[in-house]
Design a protein around this ligand. Structure first.
Ligand code: C5P
Length: 215
């Protein structure tokens, strides 16, 4: 299979030195890329700004903003069979980005933001036979929010986790997730290393492919 993965945060600049972003380190997405490449799949990894090494045999495209990530996903979508949207894409960006560094005296006391496009929703018309996997990082009630996002974003699989749980979420090497599928399956995984979580996610994706008659 050809697997397209997004990973890490995005940065939304306010001026050449300041930005808004989030706590994602890209570890889960990079673990997915590593495990998928080791299993013999063709892997394209679109990465926001992270400090991780590119896994062997993975083609990596670096981006910074949500807009750039969307463009890269649109460009790469045609060639892929599976799209795993693991990135913590910033939902908002500053309404204005100054070309020169804003002086303290010029800084607005209130930051005006505009919504970024949702990448998964934007590329949904291109889905066709492809398997789409989304992530939901929640701070409580991952079941309810996970099921809602699975439906609303038209996904085949949704990986939900509670990022406030010890050992789960950002900047750690382990994760505890629940996988929901559009055909009603639910897999509740114990706390595991992210590479092992990645293996289980890929196994789930593979079952969707096999049942659709594609390998
Ligand atoms: O709605 P929420 O942001 O929690 O959904 C998370 C899922 O949506 C993730 O799979 C993430 O990669 C994706 N997403 C996206 N575009 C955005 C924000 C999130 O594709 N602008």
């Amino acid at each position: 299979m050809h697997i397209l993965i997004t990973a890490g945060p995005t940065r939304e600049p306010l001026d050449p030195v300041r930005f808004i972003s989030n706590r994602s380190t890209g570890k889960m997405g990079f673990a997915l890329a590593k495990v998928a490449a080791e299993a013999g799949h063709v892997v394209t990894l679109i990465a926001g700004p992270v400090t991780l090494e590119t896994p062997a045999r993975v083609r990596r495209i670096d981006v910074e903003t949500a807009g750039q990530m969307l463009e890269a996903v649109q460009r790469e979508m045609q060639a892929c069979d599976v799209f795993i949207s693991c990135a913590a894409v910033a939902d908002w960006r500053p309404a204005v980005c100054s070309v020169t560094k804003l002086k303290k005296s010029e800084m607005p006391g209130v930051l005006q933001l505009v919504r970024n496009l949702d990448i998964l929703e934007t590329v949904r018309p291109l889905k066709g036979h492809r398997c789409f996997v989304g992530f939901a990082a929640e701070t409580g009630n991952p079941e309810q929010e996970g099921m809602r996002k699975l439906r609303d974003k038209g996904l085949d699989w949704l990986v939900a986790n509670d990022v406030t749980e010890p050992g789960a979420g950002f900047a750690v090497d382990t994760n505890r997730v629940i996988l929901f599928s559009s055909d009603g399956r639910e897999e509740r995984l114990p706390l595991l290393p992210k590479v092992e979580v990645a293996r289980r996610i890929l196994a789930c994706v593979q079952t969707s492919f096999t049942s659709a008659g594609m390998v």
